[in-house]
Design a binder for this molecule. Structure first.
Ligand SMILES: [Zn+2]
Length: 139
C-alpha cells in the first residue's frame, strides 16, 4: 500500500506496516486514483459519398476520445485506445459493419439520394469533427 508520513513523504510499504503506521497516526493512506470506467459507443456510419463505403466510429463518453476507421478489415483490426485500455470492435458491431461493407461492395445498400442536403451537411460536419479529433490524438 501507499502511505504518506506526517512529514509529507510518500512511500510504498507492506500493508501490515502501513496499517500500523496509520493506526499510530504517524501516516495516512494514499489511495490510488480511481480507474476511469470506459463507456464506448460504437456505430457503423455511411461514408460521405457512395465511393467511400461505410466506416466504424467509436466514442467514449468517459474520456471524450473518438476514433473512426474504414476498409475491408477494419472490424478485425481497429483498436480504440482510450481510458488506459485498448478496445477491440465488439462482435455485434463487427458483424453489422462487415455486412454493410459487403452490401456496399456489391452495391446493394440504399444510396443516400434520399438524404436531404441539410442532413448531409450535418453528417459532413460530424465527420470533419471526428477526423480532426483523430488527427489531434494520433499526432
Ligand atoms: Zn475512454
Amino acid at each position: 500500500m501507499q502511505i504518506q508520513y506526517n512529514g509529507g513523504k510518500i512511500a510504498h510499504v507492506q500493508n501490515d506496516i502501513g496499517r500500523a503506521l496509520i493506526d499510530a497516526k504517524l501516516a495516512v493512506e494514499v489511495k490510488p486514483p480511481a480507474k476511469p470506467v470506459p463507456n464506448t459507443t460504437w456505430e457503423v456510419r455511411q461514408g460521405l459519398n457512395p465511393e467511400h463505403g461505410p466506416y466504424l466510429a467509436a466514442h467514449c463518453s468517459t474520456c471524450g476520445q473518438n476514433a473512426c476507421s474504414g476498409g475491408p478489415k477494419t472490424s478485425q483490426t481497429m483498436k480504440f485506445l482510450h481510458c488506459g485500455i485498448v478496445e477491440n470492435v465488439p462482435q455485434y458491431v463487427a458483424r453489422n459493419y462487415d455486412k454493410q461493407y459487403r452490401d456496399w461492395q456489391r452495391g446493394d445498400e440504399s444510396r443516400p439520394s434520399s438524404v436531404s442536403a441539410s442532413q448531409r451537411d450535418i453528417e459532413r460536419a460530424r465527420i470533419e469533427w471526428l477526423e480532426s479529433k483523430r488527427v489531434a490524438h494520433v499526432g
